[in-house]
Design a protein around this ligand. Structure first.
Ligand code: FES
Length: 571
């Protein structure tokens, strides 16, 4: 903890007119125009980063949460001031929301630093918003509390429970296989996402909410509260009050996000069978504090962290069930022997103090005990080898173990366009035991690392009943997806990585046991291919796209921009 700095409120960071007293006088006179009393304008200021947008269905509840945060700040003796930032609605953005994550983090950082506030409450939710907010907030370095919008409730359709978006994929796969018709899929479409909030399963948004709680930057017990539950509004109010306490204690985000709390977050990620995207986001958040995440360390943690939570896409239940079952607090109590308990949290207590006592009721169908896990090892594993010298990720909790030790023939798609043009071609030369390989979908590709790693099973194989195949790419995968899917192959094809040199007919060997993914092509042939292959890269000439293509780092560095890291890595 730092020595408590004197809260400065609106006297923070005065506008530069060359006369500080004039700047303060002018600021207060303009603030008076908003109807505040002069006594309120003397209070410590808590900024509230609002991400409400009509292009973001997951954030429909943000205005109500911001109102509650304000109530908490006012009751604790502060002045709450809401400000907007970029909002990233996962399915409304082109080319991908990840492409804009760093832009949002820059917006968040600069608005926290540029405006007069003593603390900040971040209100986010959809996949990339929480990572962007935390990345920006770590760089800004103020006392910080994260609030999330919370998960959607499930809906009902013909007696079946549906929730975005594992069920979206399940029904789409059935539609592609000819199992259900167009009218039925349109009916399903209207019943997948029926309330405000983020996707109802342990997708990327729910994973990042869980990790925020594990990091200690969110109030205990608040990650899984459904978006429409009154507890969520109470959590927002309490978060406003907590921000005021952090100001008084002088506790900044850097006191909370530390190497130990990052490791705790990795343990929780593995135990909840969380999204592969979280590896990239947590690496980027940690990178802003100068903390490195080593994928080999991830494997060590994965070997000793069991999967405890039975949520879709890897299991059976939804986020509302996790909340009712005891939430992330109950998960962390099970993991207690594996966690660093001296980490500070935004509640003002250490993690150890927070986890003292019992969880109360825990539904063991949803949250298993440490001695009776769903799986003995963690949900994610990093692979290395000839094909991925700097690593790749496999969500083994969502994969078919029968495919874990396997050699197969590569069927290569050179781009997303090539994939969509040929994957359902009845003449495509593909068999169920082939490995599907997608190139040029990584961070440096023109497509900006989309969630395209969930390569569809070729239609003719899907119709023949094939449910899973080994699929390999430099893309990402939605946290709601599942299958034996090797992602984030690094370096990516567009950087000249070996993935870009794979040709249809090559043999590839996957071994989850030895953590390897190897291309069985001799070095002489690889050298020839390297000399004759021109990587497909994006070369935008202006604007943010140009900044992105020049500065983005690869997946093992969180796809952050080089110049935003705590310690820049390039000249
Ligand atoms: Fe926002 Fe899934 S679309 S969390």
């Amino acid at each position: 903890m730092n020595d408590a700095p004197k809260p400065l409120g609106l006297s923070n960071g005065l506008t530069n007119y060359g006369d500080q007293d004039f700047a303060r006088y002018l600021r207060l006179s303009m603030a008076r125009a908003m109807g505040y009393s002069s006594s309120l304008l003397q209070k410590p200021v808590v900024g509230i980063a609002s991400t409400y947008s009509e292009f973001n269905n997951c954030h429909r509840g943000v205005p109500e949460l911001v109102t509650a945060v304000k109530r908490g700040v006012l009751a604790a003796g502060g002045l709450p001031l809401e400000f907007p930032t970029i909002s990233l609605g996962e399915v409304f953005l082109n080319p991908t929301s990840l492409f804009f994550r760093n832009l949002m983090s820059m917006d968040t950082e600069e608005m926290i630093k540029g405006q007069p506030m003593d603390a900040v409450v971040l209100v986010g939710g959809c996949d990339k918003t929480v990572p962007a907010q935390l990345m920006g907030a770590v760089s800004a370095g103020l006392p910080t509390v994260q609030v999330v919008t919370g998960p959607m409730m499930t809906g009902r359709w013909r007696g079946e429970r549906l929730g975005a978006c594992t069920d979206c994929r399940r029904f789409w796969a059935r539609f592609r296989a000819g199992d259900i018709d167009g009218e039925t899929i349109r009916e399903v479409e209207g019943n997948l996402a029926t309330t405000a909030g983020t996707c109802a399963v342990m997708g990327t948004a729910s994973t990042m909410a869980s990790l925020a709680e594990a990091l200690g930057i969110m109030l205990p017990g608040t990650a899984a509260i459904p978006a429409v539950h009154a507890d969520r509004i109470r959590a927002a109010e309490a978060s406003g009050a907590a921000a005021m306490e952090l100001i008084r204690a002088g506790t900044t985000i850097r006191d909370v996000i530390t190497p130990k709390s990052v490791e705790n977050a990795l343990r929780v990620l593995l135990a909840i069978g969380g999204s592969t995207n979280a590896i990239i986001h947590l690496t980027a958040i940690a990178g802003r504090a100068g903390i490195e995440i080593d994928l080999r360390r991830l494997n060590e943690l994965s070997d000793t962290t069991p999967v405890l939570v039975d949520l879709k896409p890897t299991g059976s239940f939804y986020m509302e069930d996790l909340y009712a079952a005891g939430g992330i607090g109950a998960v962390m109590r099970e993991l207690k022997p594996l966690l660093h308990l001296d980490c500070l949290t935004v509640s003002g207590e250490t993690l150890g103090a927070r986890l003292e006592g019992s969880s109360g009721f825990v539904d063991r169908a949803v949250i298993r005990s440490l001695d009776n896990p769903l799986q003995p090892q963690g949900g994610l594993v990093a692979l290395f080898g000839d094909l991925a010298p700097r690593g790749a990720i496999l969500k083994r909790a969502a994969a078919d173990p029968k495919l874990f030790e396997k050699e197969g023939r590569a069927v290569v798609f050179t781009s997303l366009e090539d994939l969509s043009a040929r994957i359902d071609d009845p003449d495509l030369d593909v068999r169920a035991d082939d490995f599907l390989v997608l190139q040029n979908a990584g961070p440096l590709s023109p497509s900006g690392m989309p969630e395209a790693g969930y390569i569809p099973i070729p239609q003719k194989l899907a119709q023949a009943g094939v449910k899973d195949m080994v699929r390999i790419s430099d893309a990402r995968m939605s946290g709601t997806a599942y299958g034996t899917i090797v992602l984030h192959v690094t370096p990516d094809a567009a950087s000249g990585g070996p993935l870009g040199l794979v040709r249809t007919g090559d043999r590839i060997r996957l071994s989850v046991e030895t953590r390897r993914i190897d291309l069985l092509v001799d070095e002489i042939e690889m050298a020839t291919r390297r000399a004759t292959t021109i990587p497909i890269t994006a070369n935008p000439t202006r604007g943010y796209a140009r900044l992105y293509s020049r500065e983005v780092l690869l997946a093992d560095q969180g796809c952050d921009f080089d110049f935003l890291l705590a310690t820049p890595q390039k000249d």
